[in-house]
Each structure stands twice: as C-alpha cells, then as structure tokens.
Design a protein. Structure first.
Length: 393
C-alpha cells in the first residue's frame, strides 16, 4: 500500500546522491539490524548518503555513531503498558514528546530530503515512518520477530513495503496486502566464521563445546541453571563450556559456582566472562548453544547451523521470544524450555542426552541451517533500492 499525503518537494537528483534515512531504537535487537543493512547498502552503493534518526537518550545514540553513520536526535519515548502512577506520568511525557515530534520530523525531511525512510521496529520507528508516509516519502519497515510488534502492526497500512524475517509473522498481521520475506540481517563475520580455526583459537580440542549466555545484562534464572550444568560436567573434562554471565550477574555467578563446589579459576574447561565480545568465534566453535530467543540470535544460530536449547525470556513485549523459539522447534531445529519449567536438573539431563546422541545434535544443527536466509542483507537492500528507483526489484 503506497503512502499518501502531500509529497515533500525535492530536487531531481541522480543515483549518485540517493539518500536513505534509518529509524531505529529502544533495544540492540532493533538497532543492530538497521546498522547491518546500512553497512551492506553502503558497501554496494558507496555514493549513497545514509543517516539515522533516534532518541538521543537511547542506545542508538551511542551505537550508530560508533558504526560511522550521522545521527539525528529526536526525543521519542515508548509507552508503558502496566498501569501504575509512575507509568502514567511517564506516558503523559511520552504524549508530550510525540506531539512535538511531528514538526521536528517535517523539518528534518525538508532539510535532508530522503528518498526512502526505513524502520526496523521499536517505538522510534512508528512516528518517524508515519510522518514520512504522510509527506509522500517512500517507506519500508522490517520486522525481526515471528510475533510482530505493535509498531509493525500499526505501520502496515501506511508504509510501502513490509519486510519480514520469517513467513510465520504473516499470520499475525492484517490481511489484504503483500508481505516480503527477507530474513534477518546477519553479520558477515558470523556467516564466514571458520569452525576449525575458531576451535583452535579457543583451545577446545575434540571436546563437546557448549556455549551459553543470557544477554548483556544476564538472566538470573538461566545463570542458576548453567551453574548446575557446570557443577555436573566440569570434573569430567569432556565438555568445554563458554558462558556469558551478563555484566549484572558476574559476581553473583561466581558465588553460585562456589556454593556448588566449583573452583573455576584456572580450570581449563571453563571460560566464564561477563560479556562475549567474540560471538562469531564462539558460535563457530560451539556444538550446542543454550540461550534466549532474540530474533537476531536465532538468525545467527541458523546461519551457523548450530543445535540449541532455547529459553525464551518471559520479560519481553507480547512474549515474542517464545514464538520465535517455537518456529525453530517446530522445524526440528531447537529444543525449547520455558523459563517457568527451567531447572538445573532438567538442563543437565538435556545436555547429557545430546552429548550421548551426537546424531541428534547434528540433526538439530542441520535443520537450523535449512532455515537460514544467508542473503537477507542483499534482499533488504534490493527492496530499498526498488523504492528509490520506483520499480519492483
């Protein structure tokens, strides 16, 4: 459905000066895909001018400039759904900023004159793409999750293109329009990581390599269960275990291990860190991954063809991680354990079963790889370019 409204007056310009504006924010899960696509587009079309718009107080204000792209600050806040006095006050301020945003965005569009505005979800994308559509600027939104967010649902009737990571998302979106399945952007360092080199670098040897993490801040329930798994296997030496505790859970995790009689310092089988900053290497080396079910993480597991035990976070909007994880389980590509059912004993049992059944471990990985869309960046760039040129890709 094409966007309506009065178009912004623009100069006629050739392809050498095409301009693209990305809108993203809120979480790294919305920001990093936008940066990945922008990098990919810049690689293919170095003449393009690419900028980002986002909240000056959000993660995007740091991550976007670090990636080398100009950042335009616009104060936009999301809305809290749980009703309490604190959230009511927050939502009132969100309405205030939203009312001011329209004029600010119009000025940005008149000065920058973008050919296309691209959103990757989150509360920032909604007002930015909605205003662009009102002004007749071409728009596209990308949904990373199997359960589409509120922003995507609201934008469906306004934007020119709705791009999806997985076909299952169509079932939860309005009927009567075309949806384009592109997959999720995956970093090229992940796609091309070398398994043999990675295992040599980490010193894994011939052991089963187990990789586990719960996000940048960690996850207490997951950390407790992982501590049980380490207490079970660390004395045998048959498993090399890399675990990211999260910055908030580092000291607590050390205490958990000590309570279970595990002295991890100097242990050649345990690699424990607050944050995994060489994820591509660790994923390449891993035989089994235990983690949350964020959309980009799952796309990387698929690209690598890694078996996984997924523990969806229950603390996300509309429980979307559960729906992400179930797509893999239904394809025989992962085992899903809801956090309410998670215990250390259960996790130990699952790891032991997979360790003793290497064929099942391989099958999970093979099925994950079958789901991978390795050219997602190229597909998304192609759709953006088609909007610039005013033709179908």
């Amino acid at each position: 459905m094409p966007s309506g409204g009065r178009p912004v007056e623009r100069m006629k310009r050739g392809m050498a000066t095409m301009k693209i504006l990305f809108a993203c924010g809120g979480t790294a899960g919305h920001i990093n895909p936008a940066i990945a696509v922008a990098n990919s587009f810049k690689l293919r079309h170095p003449e393009a001018e690419i900028r980002f718009v986002g909240n000056p107080h959000g993660m995007e204000a740091k991550l976007v400039p670090q990636a080398g792209f100009p950042f335009i600050p616009v104060v936009i806040q999301g809305f809290e759904r749980r009703i309490c006095w604190k959230n009511i006050k927050f939502n009132c301020s969100s309405v205030y900023y939203l009312l001011k945003t329209g004029k600010k965005l119009k000025k940005i569009y008149e000065e920058y004159q973008p050919d296309v505005v691209v959103g990757t979800g989150g509360y920032v994308s909604g007002p930015v793409l909605r205003k662009a559509a009102q002004l007749g600027i071409k728009t596209a939104t990308h949904e990373q999750n199997a359960f589409p967010g509120v922003t995507t649902k609201l934008l469906c009737k306004y934007v020119d293109k709705v791009l999806l990571a997985v076909p299952e998302a169509q079932e939860r979106l309005p009927h009567g329009r075309e949806y384009i399945v592109t997959g999720n952007p995956v970093r090229e360092e992940v796609i091309y990581a070398d398994r043999t080199k990675a295992r040599q670098e980490l010193g894994v040897g011939d052991r089963l390599c187990l990789l586990s993490f719960g996000g940048s801040l960690g996850a207490r329930r997951l950390n407790e269960s992982i501590a049980d798994v380490m207490a079970w296997h660390h004395r045998t030496g048959s498993i090399y275990h890399i675990h990211g505790t999260g910055n908030a859970g580092r000291q607590e995790f050390q205490r958990m291990l000590q309570e279970r009689g595990v002295e991890f310092k100097g242990c050649p089988n345990l690699d424990i860190r607050p944050y995994i900053d060489n994820m591509a290497t660790c994923l390449a080396a891993a035989d089994l991954v235990i983690c949350r079910a964020g959309a980009i993480t799952l796309s990387e597991l698929q690209a690598m063809g890694r078996a996984s035990i997924l523990i969806p976070s229950p603390n996300v909007a509309e429980n979307h991680q559960y729906f992400n994880a179930m797509v893999l389980q239904e394809h025989g590509a992962a085992i899903v354990v809801e956090e309410k059912d998670l215990t250390g004993e259960k996790l130990c049992r699952l790891v032991e079963q997979l360790q003793q059944d290497p064929q099942r471990l391989r099958t999970l990985g093979i099925n994950a790889q079958k789901m991978a869309i390795l050219d997602a960046n190229e597909r998304i760039c192609r759709e953006i370019l088609s909007l610039v040129r005013g033709q179908e890709p």
